[in-house]
Design a protein around this ligand. Structure first.
Ligand code: FEO
Length: 168
């Protein structure tokens, strides 16, 4: 059983995960519009992962007998100056999500809610992996700089990484 405080905190995370789905879908659409189909595929895979995260929180709150609440989700940005800015935003976003998961973990621990501590364990590992993956892409883009030929090849490489994120 969740306390009212934990229920509210978990519902706030449900909203963050839904925002993440929309953010990555919008980033994928922007990349497609720019002809960056590898990056679009990668970001679509990220969106599917975020939908899985949403489902996990949503189901968990319901399973405890508490009320899962779907809040209004703000629109994500819909354009970026270039592909580097997309992945810079994605990395910063994941760092914020990591902080939110850590705060949830701390709150659950301090309440002595060890079922929720255990549930959140998977997310602490997942956030480590998401940050690592996005940092890898961000670094590749930083290294090629403004070289358009390099961008073509890097986009293909980023597309290959989509296969690794799918279903993870
Ligand atoms: Fe659901 Fe990328 O955090």
């Amino acid at each position: 059983m969740l306390s009212p405080v934990m229920t509210n905190l978990l519902n706030e995370q449900i909203a963050r995960e839904l925002y993440s789905v929309n953010l990555y879908r919008q980033m994928a659409a922007w990349c497609d519009h720019q002809g960056l189909i590898g990056s679009a595929a990668f970001l679509d895979a990220q969106a599917r992962d975020e939908d899985d995260h949403f489902q996990r929180f949503y189901r968990y709150v319901r399973e405890t007998g508490s009320l899962a609440v779907i809040a209004a989700i703000p629109a994500p940005p819909s354009s970026w100056p270039d592909i580097r800015a997309v992945f810079q935003d994605a990395l910063v976003h994941e760092q914020q999500i990591t902080r939110a998961i850590n705060a949830l973990y701390k709150a659950a621990f301090e309440e002595g809610d060890f079922a929720t501590v255990s549930f959140l364990q998977w997310f602490t590992t997942e956030q480590h992996e998401e940050e690592r993956l996005l940092r890898t892409v961000h670094d590749k883009l930083r290294i090629i700089g403004a070289d358009p030929k390099g961008l073509y090849w890097i986009d293909k490489e980023i597309g290959k990484l989509a296969e690794r994120t799918a279903g993870s």
